[in-house]
Design a protein around this ligand. Structure first.
Ligand SMILES: Nc1ncnc2c1ncn2[C@@H]1O[C@H](COP(=O)(O)OP(=O)(O)O)[C@@H](O)[C@H]1O
Ligand SMILES: [Mg+2]
Length: 372
């Protein structure tokens, strides 16, 4: 799939910008703090209605303005689709071909993106929260149902956590918790099943790609670390019963601690190479390679699920990678995906890319298009 056009209004340091993009490689270059990442962020926002670098939506709105609007035209197998996200202080409105969508989950993934950024290393070294966000964003792109379940689960979790505090203060009776536990136990298994299935597929792609990069025979495995045991790949009904039991039996302790200790919101991912944990034993180089393999695996997984390759966003990554990893990054997709690359200097970009690329110079929220 390809993003043919975007039109952005009051987004970050762009007051108003209309762009037509090359279906192949788009290189955005310029000095620091001029708006290169902001442009990628606007594409990410059009895909996921969220930023990749802030949880605070309002940061996206141009200083002093009251809304931001991002529009794009996407070419997919099914034809051309017009997308629109409007963000105001009242929330978000999304449209597909001019028709407002009631649920964000029906909009997300109309354009699929995979972003490579220097922060990707956090997938390995960062907190469990980073890895859960990765799962949620990536599964959400290909499964509206997942986003729906997750949203329901999170809402009930908030209520339950609030309830726990009320019980601790003696303002509420513990017997009332059963209703929340039943609801959590309804949605959590659906989330777990989706995560486990996704991870299994991702793990097998990532292993294959990792071997290619390292010319190795080592096995890379991704493990799901559930806050309740999930190794045996239980079905939804078994999970429902098990999790309900856990919630009930740990209720007292939950009240003492003031939050729900078990559930998908407490889980993590673990990466191993030949059985050794990459997080604790891997060198920086190995960790980088695993992060890269994960992202490249995502490209293949999206193609498998959606039937089309996603759009790739490469934020300043060439300066961080050695030649060997660069080559794999390129050969992994360069003839398959539309690509947006940011860089401070075109010297950092491998020649294969430059030959075919459209170049855009970014300066203080203004874009000038250069010939080939
Ligand atoms: N909401 C906003 N309104 C206006 N300018 C913003 C906003 N958020 C960030 N900026 C500006 O955007 C610039 C950073 O853009 P960015 O795309 O991250 O730079 P780079 O070109 O280095 O990738 C900074 O000058 C910052 O002040
Ligand atoms: Mg940047």
């Amino acid at each position: 799939m390809q993003l043919n056009e975007t039109e952005i209004t009051s987004f970050r340091n762009y007051k108003s910008l209309r762009m037509e993009w090359s279906p192949h490689t788009n290189i955005l270059y310029g000095m620091n703090a001029q708006g290169k990442t902001n442009l990628l962020e606007s594409i990410y926002f059009l895909s996921l209605t969220k930023s990749h670098r802030t949880a605070q939506d309002k940061e996206l709105i141009h200083f002093g303005d009251s809304f931001t609007l991002v529009k794009g035209r996407v070419e997919r197998n099914v034809g051309s689709v017009q997308l629109e996200v409007l963000l105001t202080n009242k929330g978000k409105k999304v449209k597909i071909n001019g028709a407002e969508q009631r649920r964000l989950s029906d909009f997300i993934g109309m354009i699929n993106v995979v972003l490579f950024a220097p922060e990707d290393l956090e997938l390995i070294k960062g907190t469990p929260q980073v890895r859960r966000k990765f799962l949620d964003m990536e599964i959400g792109q290909v499964s509206p149902a997942y986003l729906y379940y997750l949203n329901r689960y999170n809402k009930i979790l908030l209520q339950r956590n609030h309830g726990l505090k009320e019980i601790a203060k003696g303002k509420m009776d513990q017997s009332l918790m059963g209703a929340w536990d039943e609801q959590l136990a309804l949605y959590a298994p659906k989330i777990w099943r989706k995560r486990l299935d996704f991870l299994k597929k991702l793990s097998s792609w990532a292993d294959e790609i990792h071997r290619r990069i390292t010319d190795g025979k080592e096995k890379l495995l991704l493990h799901y670390q559930g806050s309740i045991p999930l190794e045996e790949q239980p079905d939804e009904e078994t999970l429902r019963e098990k999790y309900f039991e856990v919630l009930q039996s740990k209720a007292e302790r939950d009240v003492e601690r003031g939050f729900t200790q078990y559930g998908p919101h407490r889980d993590d991912l673990l990466f191993t190479i030949d059985g050794n944990e990459v997080q604790s034993f891997g060198s920086q180089g190995q960790q980088r390679t695993v992060a890269l393999a994960l992202k490249l695996a995502e490209i293949e997984l999206i193609r498998e699920e959606i039937g089309e390759y996603p759009v790739l966003l490469l934020d300043d990554v060439f300066s961080e990678l050695d030649v060997k990893r660069q080559t794999h990054l390129i050969t992994g997709f360069w003839d398959k995906c539309q690509t947006f690359i940011t860089t401070t200097g075109v010297e950092a970009i491998p020649m294969e890319f430059l030959k075919m690329a459209s170049l855009y110079h970014i300066e203080n929220g203004k874009v000038s298009v250069e010939g080939r």
